[in-house]
Design a binder for this molecule. Structure first.
Ligand code: PA5
Length: 440
């Protein structure tokens, strides 16, 4: 992976470089805010063969039983698996009659009645299994989805067989899901205490659904391991990509750039942006501070958001994940009639055209006052994605410390839950219920 910050227009001072390195050191020494949630820092290199084997063997058991595996979870218990699975899959796989891997579907990331009804209807003629993921074990959205899907599995297969079609990933001791899993005897994987939801993609939270979907999780972890090494405390700023990215973001932020747009010219990476948005939004957005993380998929969004990026409020900067080499080769052929006027592209690969679009947009946006950071990955494979995930995590921790917030809590998420429970008359919320209903 390469990071090119020359088009950001930022010249980093020694002071800023030192600040980024100091923030990185805090992540390693554990002397910063939220230090009980630093388990992700050394996570990749702590994953041994036995852990990978246990996950792969559980995945094989589910793959053998089900042609659709429904992953239930929300936020950090959903976005990582969805992001990597989409990056690694052929988006048109569903059209194949012969499939190598089960279809992985997601639930519990919303409370939409139509979504649930259509999901249940769609899997009627498929054999199903489920992985239910919740660190706290008490999150409402996945708990509701699990109640419904558990009932469906038990109705179809009977209570005994259902147990082998349900896997729970949760806290080692606490939470309703843990109690349920222990009582029912489900296979269970533990989310380490010191790894928060949005940093948990390299725990069983991400690895089990990915292994079910046919992703090589060993290679994914190996990529993350390489980036763990490359961004370690002793790696100097000039070689430490996470410290560099955090320092440039900080400098842009303090010069008035309040919105970062993550974009890519590969649509498969769209959900990497969704995962990244949660990682940065939930980690930095507090105490009235933080860069707002937004995303675009290109070139599609040039025809929707392009106008704003080029000429709207000048509070934006852009980070582009650029892929050097595609997997396949598709060329534009010459056409005798040339009625579409495209013969000037004859013989060119789509990748070449995509690259020229990328370059042209970069220059146009820079000219329009939108600084650009470029992250180059060699190709889309497990190793590169593993590197990218850890790179973003490390830079996020550094960024949070640089703006002096605790990057590992999310106190703001509680506000909506309190209101929702009060409106639904949850026992224990009687006073809040009265108060909120009086406001309606
Ligand atoms: O990053 C986080 O901690 C959150 O986004 C959680 O992942 C999300 O709220 C889901 O929580 P849980 O896994 O406890 O159900």
């Amino acid at each position: 992976m390469k990071l090119n910050i020359t088009k950001s227009g930022i010249v980093l001072s020694d002071e800023l470089k030192k600040a980024a390195m100091a923030a990185n050191s805090l992540l390693h020494s554990g002397n910063g805010a939220g230090n009980d949630f630093l388990g992700w820092v050394g996570l990749p290199s702590s994953i041994d063969k036995a852990q990978i084997d246990a996950i792969n063997s559980c995945a094989s058991a589910l793959r053998a039983k089900a042609d659709v595996v429904i992953c239930i979870g929300i936020g950090g218990s959903y976005l990582g698996a969805k992001a990597v699975l989409d990056a690694m899959s052929n988006p048109f796989e569903l059209l194949r009659s012969e499939r190598k891997n089960p279809i992985v579907l997601f639930a519990g990331q919303n409370i939409s009645e139509d979504y649930m009804a259509e999901l249940l209807e769609a899997v009627q003629n498929h054999s199903i299994a489920t992985i239910v993921i919740s660190k706290s074990g008490t999150t409402t959205e996945p708990a509701i989805a699990f109640r419904i899907i558990k009932e469906e599995i038990e109705k179809r297969y009977g209570k005994e067989e259902a147990k082998s079609r349900i896997v729970a990933i949760t806290d080692k001791a606490r939470g309703a899901l843990k109690t349920l899993a222990t009582n029912e005897g489900y296979t269970t994987f533990v989310i380490p205490d010191d790894v928060g939801g949005r940093f948990s993609v390299l725990t069983p939270v991400g690895l089990l659904p990915l292994a079910v979907g046919g992703v090589d999780i060993e290679a994914l972890v190996a990529g993350a391991c390489a980036m763990e090494k490359a961004t370690a405390e002793e790696v100097p700023f000039e070689e430490n990509l996470a410290a560099q990215y955090a320092a440039v973001r900080y400098s842009l932020y303090t010069s008035g750039k309040k919105v970062e747009i993550l974009g890519s010219y590969e649509p498969k990476l769209q959900n990497i942006s969704e995962w990244w948005k949660q990682l940065y939004g939930e980690s930095e957005g507090k105490e009235g501070k933080g860069i707002f993380p937004a995303s675009v998929t290109l070139t599609a969004d040039l025809h929707s958001m392009g106008q704003y990026i080029q000429e709207g409020e000048r509070t934006l900067f852009e980070t582009i994940i650029s892929v050097e080499k595609p997997k396949y080769e598709v060329k534009v052929e010459a056409d005798d009639a040339n009625l579409d006027g495209l013969n000037f592209l004859a013989g060119k690969r789509l990748h070449e055209i995509n690259k020229m679009a990328e370059l042209g947009v970069q220059l146009a946006h820079i000219d329009g006052g939108v600084p650009n950071i470029l992250i180059e990955i060699p190709t889309i494979n497990e190793t590169a994605i593993g590197e990218l995930l850890y790179f973003f995590e490390k830079a996020c921790g550094i960024s949070g410390y640089m703006i002096d917030v605790n990057p590992f809590n999310q106190p703001g998420v509680e506000a909506y839950k309190k209101n929702m429970f009060a409106l639904l008359d949850k026992p224990g919320y009687e006073e809040e219920s009265k108060a909120i209903k009086a406001r309606l």
